[in-house]
Design a protein around this ligand. Structure first.
Ligand code: NAD
Ligand code: MG
Length: 297
């Protein structure tokens, strides 16, 4: 259950470390994780906060993106999701969940490291949804590497293409369609501010996302298009178990957070709802953090 039920969270409501050591090949599936992440499937209750809105969410098949897709549909939005073709199984579940709310679901698989695909993705989402007024740039690549000496140009390039270039290409394409009052939300990370030694390339991209967010918010303010970011701390998602962390770190994942556990994707989706909704129309250029209590940001 999430806090959207308004019942206080109980001490044993969410899984705590130690976790079973586990590894999946990239990009991983939420359905294969142990324990399975909570994306709000059983708990998120909508209240019409995004009635009639039209959202494109990258990485919408699993993890944070899936939790946002479920929340948006339950708040009344039609939703297009992008993901990699290998993630069709996770994506199909999300499509079912969106349609169960009576909302339109559009599934657009493809690799966002291609500028041409990014343009097709936005065009298709706009055409199939009949417009676009929320863009969530959430897809991300995180592959740990212990040394700059072993970090290859190919890896560095793949991380920057997925996390930075794709956000630039998709946002640029979306601006052809986003009307005044639209909201762009990017997924940054606490890594932007407190970079780990083993995430040299990833942490830089997350800092770039925070700067992109603040700069673009200044460009688009006059058009009343808001641009914000969310900076998650440790969240229990496929990204972490398919090369995001060394397997031994997965066993203790989230243990050092003051809340003594990782967050579940359902616990961060409400931030994306708030940043998207019209009621929050004076907030732009912000990076909102949810990291289990460090107070760092
Ligand atoms: P996730 O693995 O469930 O989602 C990431 C998604 O990115 C994948 O599902 C995949 O669809 C997509 N993706 C990756 N490479 C792609 C490509 N080349 N083309 C198209 N799609 C691609 O994991 P998540 O943790 O929910 O990740 C969502 C976002 O949250 C990412 O930007 C990640 O960096 C960020 N984040 C996660 C954490 C965490 O602890 N889980 C912490 C901070 C930030
Ligand atoms: Mg996935």
């Amino acid at each position: 259950m999430t806090s959207s039920t308004n019942k206080p969270i109980s001490a044993n409501q969410y899984p705590t470390p130690p976790f079973k050591r586990q590894h999946q090949a990239f990009p991983g599936l939420a359905s294969e994780m142990n324990p399975k992440p909570d994306h709000g499937e059983e708990s998120y209750q909508g209240n019409g906060r995004l009635d009639g809105r039209k959202a494109l969410i990258t990485g919408g098949d699993s993890g944070i993106g899936r939790a946002v897709a479920i929340a948006y549909a339950r708040e009344g939005a039609d939703v297009a999701i992008n993901y990699l073709p290998d993630e069709e199984q996770d994506a199909a579940e999300v499509v079912r969940l969106i349609e169960a709310e009576g909302r339109k679901a559009v599934a657009i698989p493809g690799d966002i490291r291609s500028e041409e695909f990014c343009q097709q993705l936005v065009n298709q989402a706009n055409e199939k949804l009949g417009g676009l007024d929320i863009l969530v740039n959430n897809a991300g690549r995180q592959q740990y590497n212990k040394s700059i000496r072993t970090l290859s140009t190919e890896d560095f390039d793949a991380t920057f293409k997925t996390n930075v270039y794709a956000m630039f290409w998709i946002t640029k394409a979306a601006l052809e369609y986003l009307p005044s009052g639209s909201s762009i939300i990017n997924t940054s990370s606490v890594q932007a501010y407190e970079p780990s030694a083993i995430l040299l390339d990833y942490a830089q991209t997350k800092a770039a996302i925070a700067a992109f967010t603040k700069s673009l918010a200044k460009q688009l303010g006059e058009q009343q298009i808001r641009v914000n970011a969310v900076a998650p701390g440790p969240y229990w998602t496929a990204l972490q178990v398919c090369g995001g962390q060394p397997p031994e770190k997965i066993e203790q994942f989230g243990a050092t957070a003051p809340l003594s556990r990782p967050g579940q994707p359902a616990e961060i989706a409400p931030l994306y709802v708030t940043l998207a909704e019209t009621a929050n129309s004076y907030t732009s250029g912000q990076v909102w953090c949810s990291d289990g209590g460090t107070g760092t940001l």
